[in-house]
Ligand binder design. Structure first.
Ligand SMILES: [Zn+2]
Length: 161
C-alpha cells in the first residue's frame, strides 16, 4: 500500500481506530488498515473501502462480510453509528439495533481493556472540565480583586495602599 494513501487514511481517521477509538498515541504505534469489504470478497484498495483500525479490531473483524443483512458490520464513516449503538454510564457499548448489537459482539467492543480505556477517557474529560471551570473562576476572582483595589484607591487616594 502506498505510504501517501496510508497517511491520508491516518488523517481521515484522526490517527485513531475507526472501530474502537484507541489512538496511535495510546498504542504507541501506527495502526493497521482494514479492507471493509475484504479483498477475498472482491474489496478494493480505494480509500472508501479502507478503515484505519487497531490490530485487535482488525483481527476480530477478519474477513467477515455480509452486506445488506441485519447481521452486518457498521462502517465508521458510512454508517450513522449513533443510530445503532450507545455508551452506557458504565462505559459499556450497548446496541440500539440488532445490527448494533451484532457489530459490538463481532468486534468485541466490550473487551475489558476497552472498557478500562473508555473509563480513563471519561475521567480525563471530567478533569479537563474541572480545570477549565477553575481557570474561569480564577479569572473572575482576579477581576474582583482588581475592582476592589480600584475602589480602595478612589476611597483613599492619599494613602499608600
Ligand atoms: Zn480498535
Amino acid at each position: 500500500m502506498r505510504r501517501s494513501l496510508k497517511d491520508q487514511l491516518r488523517q481521515l481517521y484522526g490517527f485513531s481506530c475507526g472501530y474502537c477509538g484507541v489512538t496511535e498515541g495510546d498504542t504507541g504505534a501506527e495502526l493497521t488498515i482494514d479492507h471493509f469489504q475484504p479483498v477475498v470478497h472482491g474489496g478494493s484498495d480505494l480509500i472508501e473501502n479502507l478503515v484505519y483500525c487497531c490490530h485487535a479490531c482488525n483481527s476480530y473483524k477478519g474477513d467477515y462480510w455480509n452486506p445488506g443483512a441485519e447481521q452486518r458490520l457498521l462502517h465508521p464513516r458510512n454508517d450513522e453509528l449513533s443510530l445503532h449503538l450507545t455508551e452506557t454510564e458504565m462505559y459499556q457499548l450497548r446496541g440500539l439495533t440488532a445490527t448494533g448489537s451484532f457489530h459490538i459482539a463481532q468486534l468485541h467492543l466490550n473487551r475489558a481493556p476497552l472498557i478500562a480505556y473508555r473509563h480513563r477517557q471519561g475521567q480525563q474529560q471530567l478533569l479537563r472540565q474541572e480545570v477549565q471551570d477553575m481557570r474561569k473562576r480564577q479569572e473572575r476572582l482576579a477581576e474582583e480583586i482588581e475592582q476592589l483595589w480600584n475602589l480602595l484607591e478612589t476611597q483613599y487616594p492619599q494613602q499608600d495602599l
